[in-house]
Design a protein around this ligand. Structure first.
Ligand code: KIV
Ligand code: ZN
Length: 393
C-alpha cells in the first residue's frame, strides 16, 4: 500500500521556546535547527521575528543556513508582523509565513472586541498581504478547537481563496476530545471548497494530556501536517510531542501514513533539546524518558529476558536507545539478578543464585535501586553469603 506522507512541522524553536526558562540564544537556535533538519522534519518554525531583534536575527541566521527544509516564521494578522516575518525568512530556500487570528467567539469578543465578520476580513487581508512576499502562506485559526465549525469553514474557505497553502486548525487550549477534533477536521474536509488544494495541519496543546491522540485523530480524518515539538515542550502543558506522533504512525503501519523521520535520532535529539533548554525530560515520558525502556518488576523482567517483545512494543535501537534495561529493585526476581550478574561477567549456579538473591533482597529493601557497585560487593562476599545461607536453611 502506498503510504500518505505526513509533513512534520516542528515548532520547538517557536512554541517550545516560549516556555519560561527555555529561551535560546542565536547559536543555540542555529544548532537545534541543523539537528532538526538532520532528523528529517519538513518544516521548522524558527521563531516569531516581530517579538524581539534577537529572534529576528536568529530566524534570519537559520534561514540563511537551511538546506531543503521549509523555514517558517510566525506573525499575527498585522502588517508589521508580516513584514518582519518576511524579512527574517528571505534567505531561506523554502520560506513560509505563518499568519492568523483567533476565531473562537471567546477570542473575537474578549481579545478583539469585534465581530466574526471583521475577523474574517482581517484573516483574508493578512493572507493576501503575506502573499506579496511568499508563495507558501500558512493560516492559523487560533482556538479553532473551540470555534464553531460552520464559521471556521467559512474562514478557511475565504483564506484559501486569498491564497493560503496550509490551514492550521489549532486546539490552542487543549480542550477537544479526540473524536471531537477528528470530526472538526472531517467537517472541514467535507465542507470547505478548495480544501483539496491545500494541506490541513493539526496544532494541538496538551492541557488534558490529549495532544498526541488529537493529532493522530486529525490525520486519520484528513490532516496531512502535524505541528509538534521535541519532548512535547510548549505553552502550559506543552504541544504535541514529535517523538510520540512519529512512533504512533510507525507502530501502526496499517493506518497508511509515513513521516520520513530518522527515528534513530529521536533520543539523541531529545537529550540535546533538554540540555540546550535546561528542561529535564520526565523519566516516564513515552519514547524519550529514561524509564521508557527500563523494566523493574520481577514479572516484567522475567518476560523481557525471555523475549523482549513480551513487554516492549518498540525496539529501543529504532529510537536511538542502545538496549532495554533491567533495573534491580526489591520487586525484582531471581531471573533479573542472574541476568545483571551475567552482564557483569559472573555466571552463577542455582545454589549461588538462591543465596545471593536472599542477600540481594535485604540490600534492595534498604535501597531504592541496586546498582553495579552493590552487585560487585555482593559477588566479592559470595563465599560468606553462601555459608550463611546454607546454615540458615
Ligand atoms: O496554539 C496556537 O494556537 C498557536 C498559534 C499561534 C499557531 O500556537
Ligand atoms: Zn500553539
Amino acid at each position: 500500500m502506498e503510504k500518505s506522507k505526513i509533513q512534520i512541522f516542528d515548532t520547538t524553536l517557536r512554541d517550545g521556546e516560549q516556555v519560561p526558562g527555555c529561551k535560546l540564544n542565536k547559536e543555540q537556535k542555529l544548532r537545534l535547527a541543523r539537528t532538526l533538519e538532520e532528523l528529517g522534519v519538513d518544516v521548522i518554525e524558527a521563531g516569531f521575528p516581530i517579538s524581539s531583534p534577537g529572534d529576528f536575527d536568529a530566524v534570519s541566521a537559520i534561514s540563511a543556513a537551511a538546506g531543503d527544509v521549509t523555514i517558517c516564521a510566525l506573525s499575527r494578522s498585522v502588517e508589521r508582523d508580516i513584514d518582519a516575518a518576511a524579512g527574517a525568512i528571505k534567505k531561506a530556500r523554502k520560506p513560509r509565513i505563518h499568519t492568523g487570528i483567533g476565531t473562537s467567539d471567546s477570542h473575537i469578543k474578549y481579545k478583539f472586541n469585534t465581530t466574526r465578520e471583521a475577523v474574517l476580513e482581517r484573516a483574508v487581508a493578512a493572507v493576501k498581504y503575506a502573499k506579496r512576499y511568499v508563495e507558501d502562506v500558512e493560516f492559523y485559526a487560533e482556538d479553532a478547537g473551540r470555534t464553531d465549525n460552520e464559521y471556521l469553514a467559512r474562514v478557511c474557505e475565504a483564506v484559501i481563496k486569498a491564497g493560503a497553502t496550509v490551514l492550521n486548525i489549532p486546539d490552542t487550549t487543549g480542550y477537544c476530545l479526540p473524536s471531537e477534533y477528528g470530526a472538526k477536521i472531517k467537517y472541514l474536509v467535507d465542507h470547505v471548497r478548495g480544501v483539496e488544494n491545500v494541506t490541513i495541519s493539526t496544532h494541538c496543546h496538551n492541557d488534558l494530556g490529549l495532544a498526541t491522540a488529537n493529532s493522530i485523530e486529525g490525520v486519520i480524518n484528513g490532516a496531512r501536517q502535524i505541528e509538534c515539538t521535541i519532548n512535547g515542550l510548549g505553552e502550559r502543558a506543552g504541544n504535541t510531542s514529535l517523538e510520540e506522533c512519529v512512533m504512533v504512525i510507525r507502530q501502526h503501519p496499517y493506518l497508511g501514513f509515513d513521516t520520513g523521520i530518522n527515528t534513530r535520532l529521536l533520543n539523541p535529539v531529545s537529550r540535546l533539546v533538554s540540555e540546550e533548554m535546561g528542561m529535564p525530560v520526565q523519566p516516564n515520558k513515552a519514547i524519550v524518558g529514561s524509564n521508557a525502556f527500563a523494566h523493574s518488576s520481577g514479572i516484567h523482567q522475567d518476560g523481557v529476558i525471555k523475549k523482549r517483545e513480551t513487554y516492549e512494543i518498540i525496539d529501543p535501537m529504532e529510537v536511538g536507545v542502545d538496549k532495554s534495561s533491567i533495573i534491580l529493585t526489591a520487586r525484582s526476581g531471581r531471573a533479573a539478578l542472574a541476568y545483571r550478574l551475567k552482564e557483569l561477567g559472573h555466571q552463577i549456579t542455582k545454589l549461588e543464585l538462591d543465596a545471593l538473591y536472599d542477600r540481594f533482597l535485604e540490600i534492595a529493601d534498604i535501597q531504592k535501586e541496586v546498582i553495579d557497585d552493590d552487585l560487585q560487593r555482593l559477588i566479592e562476599s559470595k563465599e560468606a553469603v553462601i555459608a550463611a545461607f546454607t546454615d540458615k536453611n
